[in-house]
Design a protein around this ligand. Structure first.
Ligand SMILES: NC(=O)c1ccc[n+]([C@@H]2O[C@H](COP(=O)([O-])OP(=O)(O)OC[C@H]3O[C@@H](n4cnc5c(N)ncnc54)[C@H](OP(=O)(O)O)[C@@H]3O)[C@@H](O)[C@H]2O)c1
Length: 299
């Protein structure tokens, strides 16, 4: 099996290179042609979707995993064309190539396809209603993958964090070392999900013999607010001796922390179909916080 991973230097992409290695040959792409450890890899630029079929023709992967995306939620409002190119057009091009060659495609999407007005965890089939350009571009990317007509596995995930990359956990640790108090939004509910869990579940799904195609929700278990997430990060970091003191974490409302684009107030995703269809157990989100902190401590 030859697996091509787009976005090999992102949070999920880096974990995929580890998790997919036992499946066969794994080929990574990045925009620059280099991986974070400095080694060379293939170049794929989602700003040039038309360049992707030639790359795929040359590499001829038997499986494709797309972890590349324009994930800057607020910047997408200022640069909508770039967001649509990376999140919708490029996945569509890849999906059509995969459909024509019979190569299964794994593609990731987001809880931001929902408007957050729900009162129970969102099911994969619930109506989407994104609040901004990022969510709309990701929703259009999902649709482009579906209409291409090949075997696809779309995994919607949320609140991704890892010991590397740009994420809330690392930002909290950095700010917590600089300030006595952090004010963190307490009225947005979701599920922090480690990139390693997403990658491990992807490996399991690709090994699954069923040949399933469709859309699943892939997050850790449970739910919290950004404020609860921050408190847990500092609680565990303190208990592990990674920090000497934790800042005071003050709960605030979304209205007190305005951002260019509104976030869904409630975006917990129902993962039961993923657990049933692939036999995957999803640990509590607090376990993921512990694992990521341990990895950071080892560095
Ligand atoms: N982060 C979250 O909280 C979150 C939440 C829900 C869903 N998701 C979804 O999960 C998937 C993985 O996200 P992640 O957190 O791993 O994202 P990430 O850490 O931001 O990584 C994104 C990757 O996409 C690449 N990329 C961005 N624009 C590109 C372009 N024009 N051409 C080629 N590559 C480009 C980046 O490369 P460069 O390093 O060169 O920029 C990077 O490798 C995405 O589909 C995302 O939408 C993420």
């Amino acid at each position: 099996m030859t697996v091509l991973v787009f976005g090999g230097n992102g949070q999920v992409g880096q974990e995929l290179l580890r998790a997919l290695a036992p499946l066969g040959e794994v080929i990574a792409t990045t925009r620059s042609g280099a991986l974070p450890d400095g080694s060379a890899c293939e170049v794929a630029d989602f700003d040039q979707p038309g360049s992707l079929p030639a790359l795929l023709d040359r590499l001829r992967p038997s499986r494709v995993v797309n972890a590349a995306a324009c994930t800057a939620v607020d910047r997408a409002e200022q640069e909508p064309e770039a967001a649509y190119r990376a999140n919708a057009q490029a996945p569509g091009v890849i999906a059509r190539w995969c459909a024509a060659r019979g190569a299964p495609l794994v593609h990731y999407s987001t809880d931001y396809v929902f408007d957050g007005r729900g009162t129970r965890p969102y099911l994969p089939g619930d109506a989407t209603a994104p609040l901004g350009v990022y969510g709309r571009s990701k929703r259009d990317g999902e649709e482009a993958v579906r209409v291409a007509g090949g075997r696809h596995l779309i995994f919607r995930t949320a609140w991704v964090h890892a010991a590397h990359g740009h994420n809330f956990l690392r930002t909290m640790l950095r700010l917590g070392a600089e300030r006595d108090e952090l004010r963190v939004v307490a009225d947005q509910i979701g599920t922090p999900t480690p990139a390693a869990l997403i990658a491990d579940a992807t490996a399991r799904a690709l090994r699954h013999p069923g040949g399933l195609s469709g859309t699943w929700h892939l997050t850790a278990s449970g739910q919290t607010s950004w404020h609860g997430f921050a408190e847990e990060i500092f609680r565990q970091a303190l208990a592990a001796g990674m920090i000497e003191r934790a800042p005071r974490v003050t709960p605030i409302t979304t209205a007190e922390y305005p951002t260019p684009v509104r976030r869904p107030a409630y975006s917990r995703l129902d993962t039961s179909s993923l657990e049933t269809d692939f036999g995957i157990e999803l640990p509590d989100w607090r376990d993921g916080v512990g694992k990521v902190l341990r990895e950071l401590a080892q560095r």
